[in-house]
Design a protein around this ligand. Structure first.
Ligand SMILES: [Zn+2]
Length: 61
């Protein structure tokens, strides 16, 4: 097996990456995530196709 190990968190982030709201590409990476201080997590996404950057707020679990 030559598959590099990926932590559960990274895999979750990869699997949950949304499509780009600008161009619809799924070539999207979560570049950052941080707590917003209100019990939620702010995720920052970058689209590699069009360069669009946006954030999504999700409940921390
Ligand atoms: Zn895009």
């Amino acid at each position: 097996m030559a598959i590099k190990e990926v932590s559960g968190d990274e895999l979750d982030a990869y699997l949950m990456a949304p499509d780009c709201p600008q161009c619809g590409s799924d070539d999207v990476t979560m570049t950052d995530s941080y707590p917003d201080g209100l019990g939620n997590i702010v995720r920052v996404y970058l689209c590699h196709k069009c360069g669009h950057v946006w954030t999504e707020t999700v409940p921390a679990h």
